[in-house]
Design a protein around this ligand. Structure first.
Ligand SMILES: NC(=O)c1ccc[n+]([C@@H]2O[C@H](COP(=O)([O-])OP(=O)(O)OC[C@H]3O[C@@H](n4cnc5c(N)ncnc54)[C@H](O)[C@@H]3O)[C@@H](O)[C@H]2O)c1
Length: 328
């Protein structure tokens, strides 16, 4: 494809405007669509060169558009993404792309059959801080990774249409699977719905991987701390990604187990320097949108993004089943 791909964006609520701004800055915004007339009017004046639609299927029939970006509520993702793929459009769908593993399998199969890009909006994977943590792991600097845990807590935003596992956990899960490069073979989630019946506000998750590595996620919108943190524990070093920090997004601790002590069963530990590499300030969403346009221009190749998205939805689906089993 010699020209910049053209995208049509559906969903102009809270998150959609960020996608519109980025795709427009990248010269790719061809159309926008929302059910809400006030939003359509606002976007028509903000982006006069983009066509405005109230009907998703009408936007899909626009031949000029190469791709569709879905930023509607989660419950609509699967259906809108499926229709877009069936219409021959590449798709960038906000997280999570589906709420059942079977639905995501169907989307991936459709994308593969049609040789179309299907990219879930796993924003954190484009964060330069997470990229740095991945480099450290892949370069062997942390040594053998033993475990990873994520803290994603705050007071609010309290949701009623998706629980803390799906709303918050999708971020940490996408990062944990990316960093470890394997899928869990055992998962457990425990939680409770304190405010809205059936919608868990506080969820604790445990994941075990075939290599023996383990992971944990504390997901909550009923918490005094605002935390956006991922900790990686290796046998050589330990690394923390903290998205609440302005400058020290990544901290490397030269700490770890050292050697067995004389006393049976005890270990000496090592404590060295604590350092913080400079992390570029690039906007993760800009990097994510750029990556999507590059994929559309080049073709999906190995469908890696779609399959990674399937692994995340599969794990979320399995965690959700244990959550329901525990509550029942
Ligand atoms: N990556 C991130 O960090 C991040 C952050 C926030 C939200 N999100 C995701 O963005 C998505 C949207 O969230 P939000 O908070 O902006 O939701 P929202 O409810 O504020 O906005 C959704 C919009 O979609 C429109 N809409 C719904 N169905 C439609 C249809 N069939 N046709 C046309 N328009 C339709 C609604 O009118 C509304 O304006 C969600 O998937 C959410 O998970 C991602």
């Amino acid at each position: 494809m010699s020209r910049t791909p053209r995208v049509g964006l559906v969903g102009l609520g809270y998150w959609g405007p960020n996608l519109a701004r980025n795709f427009d800055d990248l010269d790719a915004l061809g159309a926008v669509c929302d059910l809400d007339p006030a939003l359509r009017e606002r976007f028509a004046s903000r982006y006069p060169h983009a066509k405005v639609y109230n009907d998703f299927d009408a936007m899909l029939s626009e031949a000029e558009l190469d791709a569709i970006v879905v930023a509607t509520p989660v419950a609509t993702h699967y259906e809108l993404a499926r229709r877009a793929l069936a219409a021959g459009k590449h798709v960038f769908v906000e997280k999570p792309p589906a709420m059942r593993a079977s639905e995501m399998e169907e989307l991936v199969a459709l994308a593969e059959q049609q040789d179309l890009v299907l990219m879930p909006g796993h924003l954190l994977l484009y964060h330069p801080g997470i990229q740095r943590v991945k480099q450290l792991i892949d370069a062997g600097e942390i040594g053998e990774v033993y475990c990873i845990y994520g803290n994603r807590q705050n007071l609010g935003v309290i949701r009623k249409d998706e629980n803390a596992l799906w709303s918050l956990g999708v971020h940490d899960l996408s990062v944990i699977l990316y960093l470890l490069d394997e899928e869990p073979d055992e998962v457990w989630a425990h939680g409770n719905a304190f405010l809205n019946p059936g919608v868990e506000d506080v969820v604790f998750c445990y994941l075990r991987f075939p290599s023996g590595k383990i992971a944990h996620m504390h997901l909550s919108w009923l918490d005094p701390h605002k935390m956006r943190k991922i900790t990686v524990v290796g046998n050589e070093k330990m690394v923390v990604f903290d998205d609440m920090e302005l400058e020290r997004k990544v901290t490397i601790y030269e700490k770890g187990p050292w050697q067995p002590a004389e006393t049976y069963g005890e270990w000496r530990t090592r404590t060295g320097d604590i350092s913080s590499p400079r992390i570029p300030n690039d906007e993760p969403l800009r990097l994510e949108c750029t990556h999507f346009l590059q994929l559309v221009a080049s073709g999906p190749e190995d469908h890696k993004e779609a399959r990674d998205g399937l692994a995340v939805v599969r794990a979320l689906d399995a965690l959700q089943r244990t959550l329901e089993g525990v509550r029942a």
